[in-house]
Design a protein around this ligand. Structure first.
Ligand code: NAD
Length: 254
């Protein structure tokens, strides 16, 4: 098993890619710590992992709250003694061209998508540095590399996550910590379903348009990103440092 006995904390793992990754990590022998704002969804992921014979525990918390993220790190370290892998996955969408946005909308996307990487990392890095070992996976998006209509705040936030990943890697390489980023294309999750519902009169037509942009001709599935996250979390990716990993059906370079 590729993550046997590794303690892996995944933020926003009550749904979508985070949930898919939690199930996949558990299948590979990880002890998974589920974090989410939504207690019911977080608990559902834990229950599903346990039903399949895996190991999981839920620590609720908002990735934008310093107090809650410090408490989450303390609880994880008290219970398991270490966190081997931190997957900063939680994120929200933001729709609108720049002139259409209010500062509050802009700030909210930045807070969840960027501070939501900063805070869990801030409170877990000291223990990784002390152990001279650790792996951090940050959720960016292929939108960090390609222009898409009316996604100004979301694109800016995911570009920042990519830049932050590279900067973190330089700072923490001396401590034996790897920091890499995932850049998914369009993955069919509740996040995308809601975005399509709220942004288009005909979501089905929008899905067809997105599919036609991808070389794969299909939208991605949470499992596609989960498999890439699994690779980054495993020792197989030991030589990957500060790298962007694209799981995008060819939309970025195709
Ligand atoms: P999702 O909406 O299905 O799941 C996100 C989860 O994060 C939810 O359970 C939600 O409750 C949780 N969450 C939101 N805000 C939180 C907070 N402040 N604190 C803790 N938990 C919080 O979304 P998804 O599609 O699985 O997306 C997961 C990540 O992948 C996001 O960062 C997203 O930007 C990124 N991403 C998604 C796609 C895609 O097409 N789905 C593409 C590229 C990147």
């Amino acid at each position: 098993m590729r993550l046997n006995g590794k303690v892996c904390l995944i933020t926003g793992s009550g749904s979508g890619i985070g949930k898919g990754s939690a199930l996949r990590f558990a299948q590979e022998g990880a002890i998974v710590i589920i974090n989410d704002l939504d207690r019911a969804k977080g608990q559902e992921t834990v229950d599903e992992i346990k039903q399949r014979g895996g190991s999981a525990t839920f620590i609720p918390g908002d990735v934008t709250s310093p107090a809650e993220m410090e408490a989450m790190a303390q609880a994880a370290l008290q219970t398991f003694g270490r966190v081997d892998v931190l997957f900063n996955n939680a994120g929200i969408s933001g729709v609108g061209a720049l002139h259409e946005l209010e500062l509050e909308q802009w700030d909210k996307v930045m807070r969840v998508n960027i501070a939501g990487v900063f805070l869990p990392s801030k409170y877990l890095l000291p223990s990784m540095m002390a152990r001279k070992s650790g792996c951090i996976i940050n959720m960016s998006s292929c939108i960090a590399e390609i222009g898409l209509a009316r996604r100004a705040s979301y694109a800016a936030s995911k570009g920042a996550v990519l830049a932050l990943t590279k900067s973190m890697q330089v700072d923490y390489a001396p401590y034996g910590i790897r920091v890499n980023a995932l850049l998914p294309g369009t993955i069919f999750t509740p996040f995308v379903e809601n975005y399509l519902k709220n942004s288009y009169d005909d979501p089905e037509k929008a899905i067809e348009a997105i599919k036609s942009r991808q070389l794969s001709g299909e939208l991605g599935r949470p499992e596609d990103v989960a498999n890439a996250a699994l690779f980054l979390a495993s020792d197989e990716a030991g030589f990957m440092m500060g790298s962007p990993l694209y799981i995008d059906g060819g939309v970025t370079f195709g």
